[in-house]
Design a protein around this ligand. Structure first.
Ligand code: ADP
Ligand code: MG
Length: 398
C-alpha cells in the first residue's frame, strides 16, 4: 500500500487544504456525548494550522439523504471541535456555492473552517463528479483523515482525489500502518480471534482470515454454530443450525490453507441470559440440553492465551462471551489482558476493532496497551473481510 502523507506536501503555509474528517459523533439533546472522534482528527488539524494552512473541514453527520435537515446540521458540532482544539472554528452553512466560497475567501493562514454536512447534497453519496468539482473549487489540496468513511465511494472520500493533489491525514496514516502490520505484511505467526453473536454476519470475514492467518480462534455465540456442525449438542445456546454447511466449509478451507481452527473445549453454561445467572463449567461435549453457553471455559481460555503467547501478531474482532453480563466476561477479559501485557512488553502487535469489541477491551482495561484499536466500525470490518476500500484505493492511486 503506497500513499502520500502530510510529510509529502510542499509549502503548506497559506494553502487552502480541504480535510475530510469523521465528525459523526453521538449527540443527545443537542449535546455531543463522546468527543473521541474529534480527538482522533485533532493531530492533523493542529499540525496543518500550526504550519499556516487554511484548514477547511468537510464531514457528514447522520443520514439526511441529500436534503437539508436542520437537526443534522454540523453547526453544534463546531462548538465541540472548538472546545477540543481550543481554537476558534468558523462555520459555513453550505459546503459548496457562495456560502463556502465567501467563508474560504475570508480565511487567514492558520484559520480553521468547518463546512456544513456534505450529505445535504445528493451528489455526495452518488459521488457526482460535478459535486466533487464544486467542493474542489475551495481547496488547493485534499487530505482524507476519515478511515471510517473510506469504505464508501463518496464525493468527499473518493471523488475529490480526481480533482486535487491528495494525501492521507495523520489518523488515516496511523490506521493504515496499523492494518498493514495486522494483515497486510504481518510478522508471523498471526492469530485472529473472532467472536460475537452470529456467524451469519461474519462469513466474509472468516473466509478472508483463514487465507491469511496461522490460527483462527472462534469464540462467542458463533462458536456454537461450528460445534453443532461437528455434531456436538449445544443445548439452548445461540446457534445458527442452518449455517452448518457454511461452518463445515470454512473448516475444510482452513485446513487446506494450513490455518488451525481453535474452537472452545469447555463452556460456561447458564439457564438464563442475565447477570450473575447460576452457571457451571462443562466440557463442550456435555452441555446440558436446557442450558446455553455464555462464555468459553478455563481450558479454552488457556488454549487461547497459549496462542496469544506464541503469536507475533494478533487481529481481534468480537468478544469471546456475553461480556456485557458478569461473570460471562471472564474469557474476554482474561485474553484481552494477556494480549495487552504481551503488547506492552513489545512482544505482540495487536490490532482490534468492532463496536462491541472496543467496548469489551475498554471494560477489560486492556485498550490502551493494544498496538492499535480501530474505532472505524464498518470500514474496519470491510478491511477484515479483505474488501477494497474506495477511499483508501483512491489515495494510493492519486
Ligand atoms: P463487534 O460489535 O465488536 O463486531 P459483535 O456485534 O459481532 O461484535 O458481537 C458482540 C455480541 O456478541 C455481544 O453483544 C455479546 O453479548 C454477544 N455474544 C458473545 N458471546 C455470546 C454467546 N456465547 N451467546 C450469546 N451472545 C454472545
Ligand atoms: Mg456489534
Amino acid at each position: 500500500m503506497t500513499f502520500k502523507t502530510i510529510d509529502d506536501i510542499q509549502d503548506i503555509h497559506g494553502k487552502r487544504i480541504l480535510v475530510r474528517v469523521d465528525l459523526n459523533v453521538p449527540v443527545k439533546d443537542g449535546k455531543v456525548t463522546d468527543v473521541t472522534r474529534i480527538e482522533r482528527v485533532a493531530p492533523t488539524i493542529q499540525e496543518l494550522t500550526k504550519k499556516g494552512a487554511k484548514v477547511i473541514l468537510m464531514a457528514h453527520f447522520g443520514r439526511p439523504k441529500g436534503e437539508v435537515v436542520p437537526s443534522m446540521s454540523l453547526s453544534p458540532i463546531a462548538n465541540s471541535v472548538e472546545e477540543v482544539l481550543d481554537k476558534h472554528v468558523h462555520f459555513a452553512d453550505n459546503c459548496i456555492g457562495d456560502a463556502a466560497k465567501e467563508a474560504v475567501e475570508a480565511m487567514n493562514s492558520g484559520d480553521l473552517l468547518l463546512l456544513e454536512n456534505t450529505r445535504f447534497h445528493k451528489g455526495e453519496e452518488k459521488n457526482d463528479p460535478d459535486f466533487a468539482k464544486a467542493l474542489a473549487e475551495n481547496g488547493d489540496i485534499y487530505i482524507n483523515d476519515a478511515f471510517s468513511a473510506a469504505h464508501r465511494a463518496h464525493a468527499s472520500t473518493e471523488g475529490l482525489t480526481h480533482h486535487l493533489p491528495s494525501y492521507a491525514g495523520r489518523t488515516m496514516q496511523a490506521e493504515l500502518e496499523a492494518l498493514e502490520k495486522g494483515l497486510g505484511q504481518p510478522i508471523r505467526p498471526v492469530v485472529a480471534i473472532v467472536g460475537g453473536a452470529k456467524v451469519s454476519t461474519k462469513i466474509d470475514l472468516l473466509s478472508n482470515l483463514i487465507e491469511k492467518v496461522d490460527a483462527l480462534v472462534i469464540g462467542g455465540g458463533m462458536a456454537n454454530t461450528f460445534l453443532a456442525a461437528q455434531g456436538i449438542d449445544v443445548g439452548k445456546s445461540l446457534c445458527e443450525h442452518d449455517l452448518a454447511d457454511t461452518a463445515r466449509d470454512i473448516m475444510a478451507k482452513a485446513s487446506s490453507n494450513t490455518c488451525e481452527i481453535v474452537l472452545p473445549v469447555d463452556a460456561v453454561v447458564a439457564r438464563e441470559f442475565k447477570a450473575n445467572a447460576e452457571n457451571e463449567v462443562v466440557s463442550v461435549n456435555a452441555i446440558p440440553s436446557d442450558a446455553m453457553m455464555l462464555d468459553v471455559g478455563p481450558a479454552s481460555i488457556a488454549a487461547v492465551n497459549d496462542w496469544i503467547t506464541k503469536a507475533d501478531t494478533l487481529v481481534w474482532n468480537g468478544p469471546l462471551g456475553a461480556f456485557e453480563i458478569e461473570p460471562f466476561d471472564i474469557a474476554t477479559v482474561s485474553c484481552a489482558k494477556h494480549a495487552a501485557d504481551r503488547s506492552a512488553e513489545g512482544l505482540l502487535v495487536s490490532v482490534a476493532g468492532g463496536g462491541d469489541t472496543v467496548a469489551a477491551l475498554n471494560h477489560a482495561g486492556a485498550a490502551s496497551d493494544f498496538t492499535y484499536i480501530s474505532t472505524a466500525g464498518g470500514a474496519f470490518l470491510e478491511w477484515m473481510e479483505g474488501k477494497p476500500l474506495p477511499g483508501v484505493d483512491a489515495l494510493s492511486k492519486a
